[in-house]
Design a protein around this ligand. Sequence first.
Ligand SMILES: *[C@@H]1O[C@H](CO)[C@@H](O)[C@H](O)[C@H]1NC(C)=O
Ligand SMILES: *[C@@H]1O[C@H](CO)[C@@H](O)[C@H](O)[C@H]1NC(C)=O
Ligand SMILES: *[C@@H]1O[C@H](CO)[C@@H](O)[C@H](O)[C@H]1NC(C)=O
Ligand SMILES: [Zn+2]
Length: 315
Amino acid sequence: MKLALLFLCAASLLIKPGKGNGSFCYDEEDCGPKSWEDTCNKGRSQSPININSNHKILSKARKAQLYYSRDYCQNQDFILQNNGHTIQASVRADLTSTSYLQGGKDNLANKRYVFSQLHFHWGSNKDHGTEHTFNNKSYAMEGHFVHYSSEFNSFTEAVDSNEPNAVVVVGVVYALSNEDNPAFTPVLKAMSKLKKAGDSTTGTKLNLVELLPDQERFYNFQYNGSLTTPGCAEVVLWNVIGNRGRISQTQLQQFQLELDGHSKILQDNVRPAQSLNNREIRVYDTQITLSQNSHPGRGNGGILFPRRKNQGWRG
Ligand SMILES: *[C@@H]1O[C@H](CO)[C@@H](O)[C@H](O)[C@H]1NC(C)=O
Ligand SMILES: *[C@@H]1O[C@H](CO)[C@@H](O)[C@H](O)[C@H]1NC(C)=O
Ligand SMILES: *[C@@H]1O[C@H](CO)[C@@H](O)[C@H](O)[C@H]1NC(C)=O
Ligand SMILES: [Zn+2]
């Protein structure tokens, strides 16, 4: 009897999933965040974090500008993939380099950041879906708009450089709302053709900028951090937007129909908040500018127009 038990244990050890970058998970029993190795547990600049956003902090916000290129603002064909850890949208490779954002001298060192992919983190309930928390509170879903500095040829090259600021991720928090958010429709339409890890499909009419909060100005919290999945490379200049986007319960439930790499419901793909370790969090009161020209800043420059009227802080 004892011997049989011993064998069972040995067998379960053998089939225990590895902790390499591809086989991580979010269940603490086996391959969850506490078991992630190397930079994930040794790093001192890990993400996500908890962000304090009281009025005193917001009142110290510095003014900043953020420009979005024309292709960032218009409908694009895209590839949607269930990779077992998330649902990820990438724009077609031949268009990628024309979707970018650019900050000012102070907030993004005047660098151009090329859009690479957008993916989501969400929960099994509306209060546990974001990786970043605000005053320790989590919301239904967080979108990560991943970009790499145009000094590099690809996202992988940017990550491998190990330089801080090689990657910019814009984090958008979506709170639950009663009405559907039409900006999600292209993603949801394509997602209905996906089910399990490894599935991928194509979609049309994805407008990235429509998935940002519906404001011409927003607060963003900037800090030096990491990728939130293994290997947790500390190459990310995070820009977490303080204003909320929105998603309906029905739309969220469609994400909860997807399966992860272990054929379980893909949800709660959320790494807990990491220690701040004396890092600075800068607050910007950011003016968003959308470009109608694909090459702003060149020649005569593009025609820049502001977004809809600011609806103010909805913290
Ligand atoms: C995980 O990713 C890191 C950084 O990209 C890399 O150095 C490491 O070798 C990877 N580990 C595995 C097991 O693939
Ligand atoms: C957030 O939680 C941490 C640890 O549980 C606690 O120390 C801190 O005071 C909380 N912060 C806020 C703003 O509630
Ligand atoms: C991030 O790190 C870089 C390089 O160490 C530094 O110059 C920059 O000021 C840091 N940014 C923030 C927001 O702390
Ligand atoms: Zn993410």
